[in-house]
Design a protein around this ligand. Structure first.
Ligand code: 13P
Ligand code: SF4
Length: 347
């Protein structure tokens, strides 16, 4: 009789969000910094790649200087395709790391190296590797919101924009999946695809705070509104959505759906782009437990908020906050990211 080793479920660290520390500047300071950053971008042959959750000023700077504002999949694609020698990534650490993994010859800077992500923090590489070793029969699929070391342990990296398609593809090949780190996104993908998925139990501190019962009440108050939900939200919130998708897919839905009112369950930094993409439409924040209750980062990511104009200018000026990744990890992580990017081109 063969004796199978006992499998202990992984202990997932509990992540507490840091206090919100948004940059406050007066008008003169702000416009001086914007001019300085424009000049630095030009002189340093740099390009600014920003996520939709960063401030309106950073998003506008990225677009007006030839950079991009996008979701994490497009950030990776854009940085890879761009000729600039320096990529300055305004987002969170895994986005900077992804840029470096794909562009080892380029200098990748970030405004603040402390800009983490609760999903990344909830999935330490050592514990994750043990979990993978316990399930050698499963294909390892990790969300992009992970460290380079976790990506290096994976077969595939996925972003929210392409997770369903890739898991569907693996499921059709009869593959069983080990998924990390976001339990909500994992549950959603499992529900849509019917794949056999074992889930790591991480969560996003921002999306986890959206509340289904309050959202149901809000829908009654705005019966004409379409509900747009990022799949890092809990299943009960997703169940109330008209559209579930990545940040880019949410913006596209706001543009293409005929509705004039939208209830949006994702970081409210996205509203800047939504207003530009669908002018005249009304965007309302989906309810969180916050507003006087328990949520600490109510519809706004405290790590994304660490990206400011001052630290952006400083990183460009001094070359500080450069991302470095150990070469073996970089190469291995690059294979699983590249697999996703090749899949995106082919499908
Ligand atoms: P997207 O890839 O949809 O932009 O999501 C990244 C993220 O961190 C959402 O919280
Ligand atoms: Fe991570 Fe959530 Fe912030 Fe996105 S919003 S970077 S998933 S903590």
């Amino acid at each position: 009789m063969s004796i199978r080793p006992a499998i202990t479920p992984p202990v997932v660290p509990r992540i507490v969000a840091p206090p919100m520390q948004e940059e406050r500047l007066d008008d003169a300071e702000r416009s001086q910094l914007i001019d300085r950053i424009r000049d630095l971008i030009k002189r340093q042959n740099a390009v600014l790649i920003a996520h939709y959750y960063t401030s309106a000023d950073i998003q506008d700077l990225a677009e007006s200087t030839g950079g991009c504002v996008s979701d994490s999949l497009e950030m990776a694609r854009f940085g890879h395709a761009h000729a600039a020698g320096t990529l300055i990534v305004a987002g969170v650490k895994f986005m900077g790391e992804t840029a470096k993994i794909l562009n080892p010859e380029k200098r990748v800077l970030m405004p603040d190296m402390a800009a983490e992500c609760s999903l990344d923090l909830a999935c330490p590489a050592d514990a994750f590797s043990v979990f993978c070793d316990q399930h050698p029969d499963r294909v390892v699929v990790v969300y992009s919101n992970t460290s380079a070391a976790v990506k290096a342990r994976a077969d595939w990296v996925v972003t929210s924009g392409i997770a369903v398609k890739i898991v569907q593809h693996l499921h059709e090949q009869g593959k069983k999946i080990l998924w990390a780190p976001d339990k909500h996104l994992g549950e959603y993908v499992r529900e849509v695809t019917g794949a056999d998925m074992l889930l790591w139990q991480g969560a996003c501190v921002v999306h986890e705070a959206f509340k289904a019962s309050e959202l149901a009440a809000m829908k009654q108050q705005y019966p004409e509104a379409a509900v747009l939900v990022h799949p890092e939200s809990p299943a009960a919130v997703i169940a109330l959505a008209d559209v579930v998708g990545s940040t880019t897919q949410i913006i596209r839905a706001a543009q293409t759906l005929p509705n004039l009112t939208f209830i949006v369950a994702t970081d409210n930094g996205i509203f800047h782009k939504m207003h530009a993409a669908a002018p005249g439409k009304l965007f309302l924040e989906a309810p969180t437990a916050g507003k006087g209750a328990t949520c600490k980062s109510c519809a706004h990511c405290p790590w994304m908020a660490m990206n400011g104009l001052k630290n952006l200018a400083q990183a460009l000026e001094t070359g500080s906050n450069e991302i470095h990744i150990e070469e073996t990890i970089r190469r291995r992580a690059g294979l699983s990211i590249q697999r996703m990017m090749d899949f995106a081109v082919a499908h």
